[in-house]
Design a protein around this ligand. Structure first.
Ligand code: HEM
Length: 438
C-alpha cells in the first residue's frame, strides 16, 4: 500500500562502484576532532564567549562545527553515496578526497584562528585553502551529479544542496574580505544570506534529499508521500532564492515580502520534520535504534528551529540575543549534528561490512554488524548529545551558570563519537591485516 502512495526511491543500491573505504573515512574520522576543538574552545573561553553571536569565540566555534564537522561529514558522505545512490561515481574520488580533506582541515583551522585573533594575515591563507578545497570538491561532485540517473528526488535534493554550496562559500569569503580589508559592502545583508544558504541550503537540502531515500530504507519506515518527496526541496530552494533576491535588490526596505519567503522556507522545513516524525512512529521494526533516536532529536530541533526562525518576523525585526543564540545551537547541534551522527552510526558499520565482504574471509570473522560499534557506547554518546543540546541552549540563556558544564559535556560526546568511529576503523584494519596474513 505504501509503495503506490509514496516515494520509495531506488531501493536497489549498487555497491560495485563504491570508492575505496578511506575516501569517506578520512572525513568521518576527522569530524569528531573538530567537534572536540569547538567544545574545548568554549570551555576555555567560558561565559565571556556567550555575550553575543558575534563574539570571536562563537564565530570560531560556529565554523569549527559548520565546516569542520558538518561540511566534513557531508563531503565524505557525498563522495561515498553518489555512486551508490545515484549511480554516478565521482571521477578520481581517491585523489579528490586526498586533496580536499587536508585543505578543508587547514583552512577551517586558519579561519577559526583568524576569528579568535581578531583578524590577522591568516585570513588570506584560510581563504586560499578553503577556496581551493571547495573549487575541487564542487567541480568533482557537479560533474558526477550531471551524469546521475537514479532516484530523481534524492538527486534533485543533492543538486540543489550542492548549488547552495558555492553561494555559501562566495558569501562567506566576501564577508571575510569585508571584515579583514574593510571593503564597503552591506555586511548585515550578506551575513544573513550566508547563514541562510549555509544552514538552510547546503545542510538542510542535503538532509532532506538524502533523508527521503535513506529514512525509509535505514529506519524501516513507510516512504515519504510522493508529492512531498518530489516538491519539497525545489520549494525551499525557490523560497530561499526569492528571499535572497529581495534582500539584495531592496535591502531592509522589503521586509514584508521577504517575510513571506522566509515563512515558506520555514514551513517546508517544519513539514519535513513533522512528516519524518510521523513516519518514524510507523516504522516496521520496533527495536530501539540509535539512528532513529538521533533523527528524532534532529527533527524535533528542526521543528523548533523553523518556529524560532519565524522570529525574524519579531516586532522590530530582531529577536533578543539569547533567542538568536538558541536558534544557532538548535540548527547546528540540535539538527545538523544529530542527523549527521545518526547517519554515521548507520553508514560506518555498513561500509566496514561492505568492504570486508569484498575480501576473502574478511566478513566471515564478523558474525553481526552490531559488533562493529558497541550499541551501549553509541547509546551513552546519544544521551550525552541530548544533554549537551539542553545545556548549550541553557548556556545561551544563563551563560554564567551553564557555559562551562555545557562545553564539558559537548567535549565528552565528541570524544566518545570519535572513539566509537575510530574503534570501527581499527576493527576493519585488524580484520583486513588478519585475513591478508592467513
Ligand atoms: C569558505 C567558507 C566560509 C567562510 C570564509 C566563512 C566566513 C564567514 C564570515 C567572515 C562570517 C561573518 C563573521 C562576522 O560576523 O564577522 C560568517 C558567518 C557565519 N557563517 Fe560562515 N564561512 C564559511 C562557510 C560557512 C558554512 C559552510 C556555513 C554553514 C554550513 C557557515 C555558517 C556561518 C554562520 C551560521 C554564520 C553567522 C554567525 C552568526 O550570525 O552568528 N559558514 N562566515
Amino acid at each position: 500500500m505504501h509503495e503506490s502512495a509514496g516515494y520509495s526511491g531506488s531501493a536497489a543500491l549498487s555497491v560495485d562502484q563504491a570508492p575505496p573505504i578511506l575516501v569517506p573515512f578520512r572525513f568521518f574520522l576527522t569530524a569528531p576532532l573538530f567537534g572536540t576543538f569547538a567544545a574545548l574552545l568554549l570551555l576555555f573561553l567560558g561565559p565571556a564567549a556567550w555575550a553575543s553571536r558575534w563574539s570571536a569565540g562563537i564565530l570560531a566555534a560556529t565554523h569549527l562545527m559548520a565546516l569542520g564537522f558538518l561540511t566534513m561529514v557531508m563531503m565524505g558522505a557525498l563522495l561515498q553515496m553518489l555512486p551508490v545512490v545515484a549511480g554516478a561515481p565521482v571521477a578520481r574520488a581517491h585523489q579528490v578526497s586526498a586533496l580536499v580533506h587536508p585543505m578543508l582541515v587547514m583552512g577551517t583551522l586558519a579561519l577559526a584562528w583568524d576569528f579568535l585573533s581578531g583578524g590577522t594575515r591568516v585570513m588570506a591563507a584560510a581563504l586560499a585553502l578553503l577556496g581551493s578545497a571547495f573549487i575541487v570538491f564542487i567541480a568533482a561532485i557537479t560533474a558526477s551529479l550531471l551524469r546521475a540517473r537514479a532516484a530523481a528526488a534524492t538527486v534533485r535534493g543533492m543538486r540543489l544542496s550542492v548549488a547552495a554550496l558555492p553561494l555559501t562559500v562566495v558569501l562567506g569569503m566576501s564577508l571575510a574580505v569585508i571584515r579583514t580589508w574593510h571593503v564597503a559592502l552591506p555586511f548585515a545583508t550578506l551575513v544573513t544570506l550566508h547563514l541562510a544558504w549555509g544552514l538552510g541550503g547546503w545542510v538542510g537540502l542535503l538532509v532532506i534529499g538524502v533523508g527521503i531515500q535513506v529514512v525509509p530504507m535505514f529506519q524501516t519506515t513507510p516512504p515519504y508521500p510522493r508529492i512531498v518527496a518530489e516538491n519539497l526541496t525545489p520549494m525551499i530552494f525557490s523560497a530561499l532564492l526569492g528571499w535572497s533576491l529581495l534582500r539584495v535588490l531592496a535591502g531592509h526596505a522589503a521586509p514584508d515580502s521577504a517575510g513571506a519567503f522566509i515563512f515558506l522556507a520555514a514551513l517546508g522545513y517544519a513539514l519535513y520534520a513533522v512528516i519524518t516524525l510521523a513516519l518514524q512512529r510507523r516504522k516496521r521494526r520496533r527495536i530501539p535504534d540509535i539512528t532513529v533516536r538521533f533523527w528524532r532529536t534532529g527533527m524535533v530541533s528542526l521543528l523548533a528551529c523553523a518556529l524560532c526562525g519565524l522570529s525574524v518576523l519579531w516586532p522590530g525585526g530582531r529577536s533578543p540575543m539569547p533567542i538568536q543564540l538558541t536558534w544557532g545551537i538548535l540548527a547546528i547541534v540540535g539538527f545538523g549534528v544529530s542527523v549527521v551522527s545518526g547517519m554515521l552510526y548507520k553508514i560506518v558499520p555498513f561500509l566496514v561490512w561492505l568492504h570486508l565482504s569484498a575480501r576473502p574471509d574478511g566478513r566471515g570473522r564478523l558474525s553481526n554488524m552490531k559488533q562493529i560499534i558497541s550499541v551501549r557506547h553509541a547509546n551513552i554518546q546519544f544521551w550525552l548529545h541530548l544533554a549537551s543540546i539542553l545545556l548549550l541552549c541553557g548556556a545561551a540563556l544563563a551563560p554564567g551558570w551553564l557555559a562551562r558544564p555545557a562545553a564539558a559535556v559537548f567535549a565528552c560526546l565528541n570524544l566518545l563519537l570519535g572513539l566509537n568511529l575510530a574503534g570501527a576503523w581499527r576493527l576493519y584494519r585488524g580484520l583486513v591485516s588478519g585475513s591478508a596474513r592467513s
